[in-house]
Design a protein. Structure first.
Length: 183
């Protein structure tokens, strides 16, 4: 009798967590453009695209990754891909500037043209919606600046890459290309 109850309890937990995960729509958010006023509905703007979402910082050892992120965006943009950046000051205060300062730095220093959105929190209780969803779906939250989440055309999170994995790493490129090939 006890074993049967345990089985049902485990099955119930599995079904509940599967349903919760299935209902999580990481694109169901709206964010303001960096240093702008325009609100962008992610579902409307990015449905059907492959996205690499990155939490960025201007004063980090990984900041040079902006170059590779911009190169990825330029290379695959015409195929339905976009890099999306969210500046965050969550890690040792490495993005302390205003949104205007961050935008100028990214544009002038690294030639960033991919979409950048408002400065947000990406970890803990103060994490913004999309990052709470990433954690709910993957169990991961950024451990540092330049953590990357890959989303397929259907809005599913298909990859989570820590900061040390460069944007042009073979494993990221392979996943991007496979996601772009899937219609």
């Amino acid at each position: 009798m006890k074993m049967k109850s345990i089985r049902y309890a485990v099955l119930g937990l599995f079904l509940t967590s599967s349903i919760a995960a299935a209902k999580t729509d990481v694109l169901s958010h709206q964010y303001r453009t960096l240093a702008g006023k325009e609100q962008v509905n992610f579902k409307k703007t990015y449905s059907g695209k492959v996205l690499l979402v990155v939490n960025t910082a201007s004063k980090c050892g990984y900041t040079p990754q902006f170059e590779a992120l911009e190169a990825l965006n330029a290379k695959y943009q015409s195929k339905g891909f976009a890099v999306v950046g969210f500046p965050s000051n969550d890690f040792m205060g490495q993005d302390p500037g205003s949104e205007k300062e961050i935008k100028e730095f990214c544009t002038l220093t690294y030639g960033v043209k991919f979409p950048m959105y408002e400065k947000v929190h990406v970890k803990g209780n103060n994490a913004t919606g999309i990052y709470r969803d990433f954690k709910a779906v993957t169990g991961d939250e950024p451990g540092w600046n330049f953590h990357k989440f890959l989303i397929d055309r259907k809005g599913n999170v298909i990859g989570s890459f820590p900061s040390k994995v460069k944007p042009d790493d073979a494993q990221i490129i392979a996943k991007i290309e496979a996601a772009l090939a899937a219609k």
